[in-house]
Design a protein around this ligand. Structure first.
Ligand code: 5GP
Ligand code: ZN
Length: 113
């Protein structure tokens, strides 16, 4: 498996990991777009939002809960933050392993596109 995020999750390549449990791992984005830019992924290789199954609903719910907790822990929850998921080429997805971006620490652009 040459998926970069699978390799970070398995420890094959280093990542600045801020949270991990049996199902989920979170690490700092290598090219941060904001003072806080974390990536939250499932350990399981799901290529994109588009590939989610109904049976993944609890996992995705937990990913959002982890993101919210990290926003609190990293001190951005009070002022506000953004969770974003890119899907597919026109959605701006570059890494084909489902991930949530957690952005915060500055006033974010009001443009989503
Ligand atoms: P996407 O465009 O797929 O939604 O976002 C992929 C994100 O992964 C980008 O923000 C990019 O900077 C980040 N990224 C790509 N490769 C690596 C890596 O090897 N390590 C880390 N920590 N982040 C990465
Ligand atoms: Zn993967």
């Amino acid at each position: 498996m040459d998926c970069i995020f699978c390799q970070i999750a398995s420890g094959k390549i280093p990542g600045d990991i801020v949270y991990q449990d049996q199902e989920i791992i979170a690490f700092r984005d290598i090219n941060p777009k904001a003072p806080l830019h974390l990536i939250i992924i499932p350990r399981k290789h799901i290529p994109s939002l588009d590939q989610l199954k109904e049976s993944d609903a609890a996992l995705v719910g937990r990913m959002v809960a982890v993101a919210n907790r990290l926003a609190k822990d990293e001190g951005v929850a009070e002022k506000g933050y953004r969770l974003a998921v890119n899907c597919g080429t026109e959605g701006g997805q570059l890494v084909p392993h489902l991930h949530i971006h957690l952005l915060g620490g500055r006033q974010l652009s009001d443009s989503l596109g």
